[in-house]
Design a protein around this ligand. Structure first.
Ligand SMILES: *[C@@H]1O[C@H](CO)[C@@H](O)[C@H](O)[C@H]1NC(C)=O
Ligand SMILES: *[C@@H]1O[C@H](CO)[C@@H](O)[C@H](O)[C@H]1NC(C)=O
Ligand SMILES: *[C@@H]1O[C@H](CO)[C@@H](O)[C@H](O)[C@H]1NC(C)=O
Ligand SMILES: *[C@@H]1O[C@H](CO)[C@@H](O)[C@H](O)[C@H]1NC(C)=O
Ligand SMILES: *[C@@H]1O[C@H](CO)[C@@H](O)[C@H](O)[C@H]1NC(C)=O
Ligand SMILES: *[C@@H]1O[C@H](CO)[C@@H](O)[C@H](O)[C@H]1NC(C)=O
Ligand SMILES: *[C@@H]1O[C@H](CO)[C@@H](O)[C@H](O)[C@H]1NC(C)=O
Ligand SMILES: *[C@@H]1O[C@H](CO)[C@@H](O)[C@H](O)[C@H]1NC(C)=O
Ligand SMILES: *[C@@H]1O[C@H](CO)[C@@H](O)[C@H](O)[C@H]1NC(C)=O
Ligand SMILES: *[C@@H]1O[C@H](CO)[C@@H](O)[C@H](O)[C@H]1NC(C)=O
Length: 400
């Protein structure tokens, strides 16, 4: 074999190995071949529905037609899949910006629609995003509050980029989507960073899917896909409901004050052999630095599953604050549950609580000494949306 052929064989074998090592979400082998042709191999750590979505959207991109066009006697236009009477007319409280990657409406990229939103608008500006994968890096500046991203479902609409801490000159700038504005809302779409899953000991491989640095943001039915540092819950008050968050190390991190309700938290850390002791991931790395800051993560009615052996949280900073309530935890949670960042001085100041959780991973018998089983009184501030002052800003799903 020529060196070139050997090289591509090695890449293919590496890809198959990567596919096998991700078990829970290993895409169907039948799709390996089409994936190789245009999807970065790194996407293979993503769930099957996302890889097949990307495959579909590439096909659309190349041929610009609807699959039904292939059938004789049934010519459907790719632009036919809009709701009737779309977009609705602008009102004095709402404007619409339509995004379709195939050019069926005004904008083909999400960023172009964001750029078209008026500065300091007091209207709700709905950026309606059609099915498909949008390969772009998106930024909403401070001057553009009140934007809604409306997708068509988190398994059918996604914004994807692949910066890393190395390529973006810092983890904080690696986000595929970066939100600096207030009053942001996202519904029914995914945010994804498709950079390779870091190998153990890798430096600068952190790869953020979204950075949320504006106050009063809400996410409904959204997906967040990445490996190390997927969701940068940076600052402000945020609400996540019915969301899916995938990652490996510190996959929800930052210094925001956030509530996660009914969310699925899925670890893609490498599987750990029975009888070995290694820990290879953490759900959270909450970054509260002092008593005076008012931040923390509250999880209610969530589930934690996937692969690896991981901590619920590790104390990125001394006053790290995280509470899990009514959450089902699989046996991937390490028996000690939490980690103080190897700094016992932090044991006095961190606030790590669990309340009425269930599953093999919730067993309290071997928990770290500083981990608290909360009683009803202690848990109550972390159980409902008053935690994020929702009465001041959070709109119900249907009206927002
Ligand atoms: C043509 O395609 C449309 C849209 O997918 C479908 O609803 C319809 O049943 C098809 N008609 C025929 C004759 O195949
Ligand atoms: C907005 O429109 C509604 C109905 O179209 C009207 O009743 C209301 O006065 C308008 N508000 C402003 C501030 O123009
Ligand atoms: C495109 O923009 C024009 C002018 O702003 C607007 O009238 C129209 O409704 C928009 N169309 C779509 C599909 O968003
Ligand atoms: C728009 O943003 C401002 C400032 O963040 C906020 O006061 C206002 O309520 C928002 N309006 C809408 C319609 O979301
Ligand atoms: C992102 O993916 C593209 C296409 O596969 C690749 O050329 C580029 O190097 C990647 N960027 C990084 C930072 O890995
Ligand atoms: C959109 O999200 C809402 C809230 O999580 C959910 O109830 C609804 O089923 C989702 N719709 C689609 C099309 O995914
Ligand atoms: C808990 O979450 C599940 C799914 O995530 C949902 O079906 C159920 O209604 C939620 N329970 C409560 C009490 O909100
Ligand atoms: C804890 O959860 C169990 C089952 O989910 C429930 O029966 C019990 O009432 C809960 N306890 C409290 C204090 O809510
Ligand atoms: C809950 O725990 C706190 C702190 O340990 C304690 O002061 C309080 O009396 C407890 N409340 C109940 C109802 O057990
Ligand atoms: C949330 O819980 C607190 C403490 O139990 C309670 O005072 C408050 O009324 C609740 N808020 C909502 C919106 O249910």
């Amino acid at each position: 074999m020529s060196p070139n052929k050997l090289n591509s064989l090695a890449i293919l074998l590496g890809l198959v190995a990567a596919l096998e090592s991700t078990n829970l979400f290993t895409p169907n082998r039948l799709f390996i071949k089409p994936l190789v042709s245009f999807v970065p191999s790194t996407l293979c750590s993503l769930p099957f529905f996302i890889t097949s979505l990307i495959r579909r959207s590439h096909r659309h991109g190349h041929h610009h037609h609807h699959p039904d066009e292939d059938k004789p006697g049934n010519k459907t236009n790719i632009c036919d899949n809009f709701p009737p009477d779309f977009p609705p007319p602008d009102t004095n409280t709402t404007s619409f910006f339509c995004v379709d990657r195939n050019g069926c409406c005004n904008f083909t990229t999400v960023q172009a629609a964001v750029d078209a939103v008026g500065v300091m608008s007091s209207k709700r500006n709905i950026v309606w995003i059609n099915n498909g994968v949008y390969f772009e890096k998106v930024m909403i500046p401070k001057t553009k509050p009140n934007i809604t991203f409306q997708g068509q479902g988190y398994t059918s609409t996604a914004i994807v980029w692949n910066d890393t801490a190395n390529s973006a000159h810092g983890t904080f700038y690696s986000g595929s989507v970066q939100i600096f504005a207030t009053n942001f809302i996202a519904k029914n779409l995914s945010f994804m960073n498709a950079a390779p899953m870091p190998v153990p000991g890798a430096v600068g491989a952190q790869a953020v899917a979204i950075r949320i640095a504006g106050d009063q943001a809400a996410f409904w039915g959204c997906g967040f896909f990445g490996a190390q540092d997927t969701l940068h819950d940076d600052r402000g008050r945020h609400y996540f409901r019915d969301c899916y968050v995938q990652g490996s190390i510190d996959f929800i991190f930052g210094n925001a004050k956030s509530m996660y309700q009914n969310c699925r938290l899925v670890s893609i850390a490498s599987p750990v052999a029975e009888g070995t002791k290694g820990i290879n991931g953490a759900v959270t790395a909450q970054g509260r630095a002092s008593k005076d800051e008012n931040s923390g993560f509250a999880f209610v009615n969530c589930s934690i599953g996937g692969t690896g052996r991981i901590w619920l949280g590790r104390a990125w900073r001394p006053f790290s604050t995280v509470v899990f309530s009514f959450t089902a935890m699989s046996d991937i949670i390490a028996p000690e549950g939490w980690n103080d960042f190897n700094d016992p001085a932090r044991d006095q100041s961190i606030f790590y609580g669990e309340y009425n959780c269930s599953g093999d991973g919730a067993n309290a018998a071997a928990r770290a000494i500083y981990a608290q089983r909360l009683n009803d009184t202690q848990a109550s501030p972390f159980l409902n949306v008053s935690f994020i002052d929702a009465d001041q800003w959070l709109q119900p799903f249907t009206t927002s």
